[in-house]
Design a protein around this ligand. Structure first.
Ligand code: FES
Length: 128
């Protein structure tokens, strides 16, 4: 169900089953972010899930999602470089683990949020 932002209603605010946060919502709080055809192994892509910028990564057919806005000074990680399980921010070189969001190298000090991902049919879906 899609609703205008001003009309958002949270009848079961603590229930992910009924959560509506804008964008394309579905059961359990998962949002469609891309088709598996859009993301080959070893590739990453910026997307939005529930209005939040997320980075989707395909590592050998396993999909991962983390925040796309660098926790250092806000650059988009999707503009950076993916190297195996690590993504490097294009601005000052911080490196994050794409599976966990943890900081591998600074200057960033704070990890990226890591989100749950599932695939339904050919759709990659992320829970934020
Ligand atoms: S904004 Fe990403 S390392 Fe500075």
């Amino acid at each position: 169900m899609l609703v205008a932002k001003e009309e958002m209603f949270y009848p079961f605010e603590n229930s992910s089953e009924h959560r509506v946060l804008g964008g394309e919502c579905c059961k359990m709080g998962f949002f469609k972010v891309a088709s598996i055809k859009d993301l080959r192994s070893g590739e990453m892509k910026g997307a939005e899930a529930g209005g939040k910028p997320v980075l989707i990564v395909n590592l050998a057919g396993n999909y991962y999602a983390l925040g796309n806005v660098c926790t250092h000074e806000g650059c988009m990680l999707s503009d950076g470089v993916l190297d195996g399980e690590k993504v490097q921010c294009p601005c000052h070189g911080s490196v994050f683990n794409v599976k966990t969001g943890s900081v591998v190298n600074g200057p960033a000090m704070k990890p990226e949020p890591a989100f749950q991902v599932k695939v339904e049919g050919d759709q990659i879906m992320v829970s934020v």
